[in-house]
Design a protein around this ligand. Structure first.
Ligand code: COA
Length: 189
């Protein structure tokens, strides 16, 4: 795909229905409606702010969406530092366009924008093989625990990316996410 024609921009309120449609299609089946409900709750959740919502556009069509919302890190001890952090969730590209590099382009470009806006750490619960390409590494091993315990078999899926060098170095603790995401059901698989 020629990415000269794919435009990344911050989403606005008028994009909302088209963004929800992208997620419904991308996740499909039973999962699509669940993700759409979750996304609506997150978008309306004041505790998710500041949030960053980006769309990829091609020929005036939305061909990808990614949302980052605010998280804090509850320190283990008083000597633990803090960092400005966000969590990536959800990410979607319409199913007919999967595998063309749009997701990779969207995530890479949006991470650059987050870094420029001062975000130091980004967390994700997702496919390790996919997110490792952006530099995400397992977070548990770095002393950064998920809001709910991740089953051992999926431990690698809980990941962190340092947008600022060594931002995680002096930070240990448990991530606290926005109210809409703060339900165990979203963290078990
Ligand atoms: C995941 C998703 C956003 C990727 O977007 P995309 O534009 O299709 O991805 P790209 O073309 O940039 O990258 C394709 C790569 O992603 C990998 N990939 C896609 N889905 C994957 C998955 N479920 N697990 C692991 N890797 C996956 C492909 O194997 C491919 O790898 P390669 O580059 O080594 O060949 C898209 O497939 C999607 O919307 N899926 C449904 C929703 C979803 O699962 N969202 C992510 C939740 S964490």
């Amino acid at each position: 795909m020629n990415f000269k024609h794919v435009r990344l921009r911050v989403s606005d309120h008028d994009d909302r229905d088209r963004i929800l449609a992208v997620h419904l299609d991308a996740f499909g089946g039973d999962e699509g409606p669940v993700i759409v409900n979750l996304l609506e709750e997150v978008l309306d959740d004041p505790t998710a702010k500041p949030m960053h919502s980006f769309v990829a556009e091609l020929n005036d069509e939305i061909v990808g969406h990614v949302l980052f919302t605010s998280v804090t890190i509850e320190p283990v001890s008083q000597t633990d530092g803090q960092a400005t952090a966000q969590i990536l969730a959800p990410l979607a590209v319409p199913s007919e366009l999967h595998g063309k590099g749009i997701g990779t382009h969207l995530v890479k470009e949006s991470l650059l924008q987050l870094a420029a806006s001062g975000v130091q750490l980004v967390f994700v619960l997702g496919y390790p093989n996919y997110y490792s390409r952006f530099g995400f590494v397992p977070a548990g091993a770095r002393g950064l625990q998920a809001p709910y315990p991740i089953p051992e078999k999926n431990a690698d899926a809980w990941m962190v990316l340092e947008l600022e060098a060594d931002a995680a170095k002096s930070v240990d603790g448990t991530v606290k996410c926005c109210s809409a995401l703060d339900h165990q059901k979203y963290w078990v698989e």
